[in-house]
Design a protein around this ligand. Sequence first.
Ligand code: BG6
Length: 483
Amino acid sequence: IPVDPFDLVIFGGTGDLARRKILPGLFRRFCAGQMPPEARIIGAARSDIDVAAFRAMVAEATQEFGGGFTCETGTLEAFLEQIDYVAIDARGDQGWAELQEKMSGKGRVEAYYFSVSPALFGDLAERLQKWGMADQDARIVVEKPFGRDLETAQTLNATLATYFDEHQIYRIDHYLGKETVQNLMAVRFGNMLFEPLWNAQYVDHIQITVAETVGVGGRGEYYDKSGAMRDMVQNHLMQLLCLIAMEPPARFDPDAVRDEKLKVIRALDPVLPHHIIRGQYQAEPMNEANAPGYRTAVGDARSRTESFIALKTHISNWRWAGTPFYLRTGKRMSARSSEITVVFKETPHSIFAEDAGRHRNVLSIRLQPNEGITLGVTIKEPGPGGMRLVDVPLDMTFADALGEEGADQVDAYERLIMDVIRGNQTLFMRGDEVEAAWAWTDPIIEGWEARNDVPKPYDSGSDGPTDSTELMRRDGREWRKVS
Ligand code: BG6
């Protein structure tokens, strides 16, 4: 179903994110017939290039990052026709009159994507207002990092609030756009089966792992000032935690959902120092040239920034009191795998002989790759050997279960951009949520800074420092295998 006609301005239109995600994503939506022919995408950036050069760049980006599919409902040329470009100076006056003129069409959705450094958010917002483009219907989309601590996030929120109302601000966390992340809500709130068990009485613990095989690559300068806590935990993992732990919202609407997520963040306990393991990857043995260690990659032989973090926390409310939540994320781990695992408690009493074995139900929700849900169920081991119990997976890999539709998943960015055009903020973070998340992370970071904590080295291709395994073992538990 096509969305309403729109004008989407991408500030930072020649940048990395635009080339990798935003523009190829829009092309895919175009090919899916969702982008109306009147829609326009206007790249805006500092580069003094003309429309033809920008279109050539877009063409190249869609080829390189478009996912190698054939566009059945149109041609790349037709898509490029809908693309425009303005060379603009975010801090000066150059280009603004031209942009204003292009945006003067009435009755269209107007969206401005700030795919630029957060240092420019205020300048862009101010100029949009000055040039009459910040009216009540305009929407702005802002990227992470949204601040680097509570104070900077508050300042950013206050700056944006000078020019835009909260209902106009779309703070992206691309994890919320992932298919399975939304499925998490469908599974929890669309089935009778799980929700009655979804609490401390029946759940032993929950673990969330986002493992990556990539290193910091060319983003060393940014990453070394952030680390895994700011880059991943404060946003992506925190959002996953909220969705898995929140109370059922009354409706699937933006504020109902975000109110519930906010309550989870506010109920999070502070993390004790011995419940945090920080790590930093080392070069792959014999392969230093191709896959350098973290410190070489960021060009600082003494860097203390973590590329891995594992932590244990609790949510102090009626539903979850006493249930540990373990979070883990890192770069250069053994496999790319994001998974949320709910480990249920053992049955209160076993009617079988002691050597029959005992198992726990484990529900694992795989976000990527091979999106799907698996529920470990205990059954009798087949055969004549008497009553022995085994654990078998009830496996639902979406690509298998749903055929083509399951496999042909919409990329997170595509979905989120279309949500902006539709005016649906459910999958975007509200200002108070982001601030609450920083309010929880700040003391953790301050704590390790005060302790002069040095991250533990771990080998590239491993699953983090051994202390992370120990964190679980101390509690008689273990991490799910990263695979
Ligand atoms: C980004 C982080 O937000 O998410 C990156 O800045 C990380 O460091 C990326 O690699 C992971 O996203 P995905 O979709 O590949 O899991």
